[in-house]
Design a protein around this ligand. Sequence first.
Ligand SMILES: [Zn+2]
Length: 161
Amino acid sequence: MPHRGWRCVDIEELEEQDHLCEMCEARLVRFVHVMENDRYDSELRVGCVCAGNMEEDLEGARRRESSFKSGRARRTRWLSRKWRTSSAGNEYLNTTDGFNVVIFRRAVIWGARVEHRASGHSRSSKRPYATSDAAKLAAFDAMLGMKHAEPWRRARSQSLD
Ligand SMILES: [Zn+2]
C-alpha cells in the first residue's frame, strides 16, 4: 500500500462512531474520510488523523472535518429557518453567505433553485421532490457543493480571507 499520493474524495458522517479506520485499524471513527490513490485499486475509509498523514497535511484534514461538521449542524437547522414567501407565492431564503434559495411547486411536485447572487451562477433541482422539506434539503446540499466546488470560490476567498 502506497504511503504517499493520497487525496480525500469524500467525507461522511455515520450514525455511530463504529467504523474501524482502514489505515491504522486501531481507531473507531464516526467521520469517515474517503481516500483515493492512483496507485491503489480501492478506496480507504479512514479517520481524520490517518487521512492527514496519508495526504501529508494534518491541518488540512482537521479543517476539512470541522467545516464538514459545521455544515451538518447547519443542515439540521435549515428547515426551521424563517423562510419567506415571494410575491409569486414561493418560499425563499437569502443566506448570509450570498445565496438566494427558492422553493417552488409544479403540480404535485416540488423543486428548488439556488443562486449565488454575486456571480449569478445558479443550479436548479433536476429531480422532483415529494415535499417542500425534501426540496429544501436538496437545495441546501446543492448550495454546499456550489460553495466548495465552483470558480467564484477563488474570488470569494480573495476578498474574505
Ligand atoms: Zn486510523
